[in-house]
Design a protein around this ligand. Structure first.
Ligand SMILES: C[S@@+](CC[C@H](N)C(=O)[O-])C[C@H]1O[C@@H](n2cnc3c(N)ncnc32)[C@H](O)[C@@H]1O
Length: 223
């Protein structure tokens, strides 16, 4: 049973909070500053959860498939997409065992899922298999070497927290997954997890970025 089944119904509540909404915005901005999308692009969202990022891609005109191991997260995703009349295929599937043909997608994205994926090496190899030559792969995840990495490790001790199952990565670690294909990396989420809610804004994010590691890291590869 997936650890996210239990939290599926509450998961989106976080996005509605000021902090969660701001974090989502800056992570999304970073991802879209790195990956090039176009109308009709066939894109796979790994660990799509409740469809947050999949829906953004679909609204931009991409043809999206979202996969996740949690059926309950996918149920929420399907309901949300149907409410907004978005045609997205949400399929129960493990990132380490993709049931797609070689070279099937123009791009693969994965936001905030790799900290929970156990067979990282196999998943990365599967992702590269299903992307066509010249296709883009974008992975975004929590930075172990940041205040947010520490914060979520503290969260591990909280009862019922999904973070007790997470294994956080450093930027150097994700860069090493396919160094010969790496195009660029990016960081965001410089505002401290301990800052008060009113400080979750663009200005503080910008001011906090000097000489500090971001809490969220992204890497972009080209197959
Ligand atoms: C923190 S959520 C992120 C959801 C979504 N990408 C977002 O940004 O809101 C992590 C998701 O990864 C999924 N996940 C964990 N391990 C996975 C695996 N091996 N294959 C596919 N999905 C997985 C979880 O079920 C969960 O829905």
């Amino acid at each position: 049973m997936s650890i996210f089944n239990e939290t599926a119904q509450q998961y989106d509540e976080w996005y509605k909070e000021k902090k969660g909404g701001f974090i989502d915005k800056i992570e999304t901005d970073l991802a879209f500053a790195m990956i090039e999308t176009y109308e009709g692009m066939k894109i796979l969202d790994i660990g799509c959860g409740t469809g947050n990022f999949s829906m953004k891609l679909a609204k931009m005109g991409c043809r999206v498939t979202g996969i996740d191991v949690s059926q309950k997260m996918l149920d929420v995703a399907r309901a949300k997409a149907s409410q907004e009349a978005l045609d997205i295929a949400f399929i129960t599937m493990d990132a380490a065992d993709l049931k797609f043909a070689d070279n099937e997608f123009d791009a693969v994205v994965s936001m905030a899922a790799f900290e929970f994926i156990k067979d990282v090496k196999i998943a990365v190899s599967e992702i590269f298999r299903v992307v066509k030559a010249g296709g883009q792969i974008l992975i975004g995840t929590i930075n172990r070497e940041s205040e947010w990495g520490e914060f979520y490790r503290l969260d591990e001790v909280r009862e019922g927290s999904v973070f007790k199952y997470a294994e956080f990565k450093s930027l150097e670690e994700i860069m090493s997954w396919k160094p010969e294909k790496l195009l660029k990396t990016g960081e965001c989420l410089f505002v401290s997890p301990f800052a008060e809610e009113s400080l979750f804004n663009d200005e503080t994010e910008e001011q906090s970025s000097k000489g500090k590691r971001g809490g969220f890291i992204c890497a972009l590869w080209e197959k």
